[in-house]
Design a protein around this ligand. Sequence first.
Ligand code: COA
Length: 363
Amino acid sequence: MMKSGLEDVIAAETKLSDVDGAAGRLIIRGVSLDDLVATSRFEDVAALLLDGLFDEHIDAASIRKQLGMARAALFAHVETADAALLALPPVDAVRALLARVADGEDFATAIRLMAAPAVFLPAVLRLQKGEAPIRPDASLSQSADILRMLTGRVPTAEQTAGLDAYLVTISDHGLNASTFASRVIASTHAGLTSSVLAAISALKGPLHGGAPGPVLDMLDGVGKPENARAWLSQALDHGERLMGFGHRIYRVRDPRADALKTALKPIFASGQADAGRIALAEAIEAAALALLKERKPDRPLDVNVEYYTALLLDALGFPRNSFTGVFAIGRTVGWIAHAREQTLDGRLIRPQSRYVGPLPNAA
Ligand code: COA
């Protein structure tokens, strides 16, 4: 019997990350998520994930330097953004610009692909508002430069740390839909750009990486903590899903949710964002968990990564229509690592389908 959605099917062996849905645990290359977020910046997790997958020696300092140079060089592509491209949703505009990065399987291509969405997303967002894009500063870390290119201001230490925590938290997550897409493309040896383009296309769907924008819409819709239960009940009565809840693998709380909740606290505590937002989010979370338990007693549904992503990215100044694009900035390194692992170790991915359609007449 075929498993709908390939649930529980093992389709790859990987040394990159492990998602334990029963225990609510995520391990990235042998390090638990909590330890990783506490000790790493984006460049550290990139070095961790890519180590041994290319001929080059890889460390965080050299990745930081190379990413900086790649960001500066990629800014030239921003000038090619025309009105048709800028009319697209931000993640689609980023995807269109990404397609200009030449395909290849080498480390230089990997660096360009990691730098590209970091440059393209802030530039697209500014151009869409009628503002001039800001040139990258190659001397900054990837997170600090993204925030500077977004807002035009040098970010605070709390803001940079918040974005680093986000990018580290979402860098890799087992064989999710976009990572699987990346591996399928890599198995044909089409090149890393092709893998990343396929992956970003899978990511943008609301059942995968497209949920955090709608989470914020839900927060706005609820408005006050005391409205939470009535508002959520009505949404469920209309057959809607509560965005930011439920997961294919986790049957308990998604560990990434708490990593992000921890990361956003210093930003709110230092007065750099409206603290009332956290109280509202916590009230909605409590009401949603109670309602989901009542309505779906047989299906454990808990908070997923998207819930606190919404609060964190909002506090950092990203508009809600850009959240999927920020997700892509962080996940690109995971897509590349999986693509390389697949190319180095794997065969062409070519499963079978079972034909259940009509047969030709036997006449
Ligand atoms: N709100 C309300 N009900 C939900 C729900 C949610 N967020 N998530 C799952 N359910 C319900 C489904 O309606 C279904 O109920 P039914 O069997 O009575 O029809 C049951 O739980 C199982 O759902 P299913 O679609 O089989 O789960 P899945 O493993 O395929 O889906 C998600 C996982 C993430 C797609 C799903 O939980 C979802 O849509 N969540 C909201 C979107 C979101 O937050 N996405 C980000 C994921 S990181």
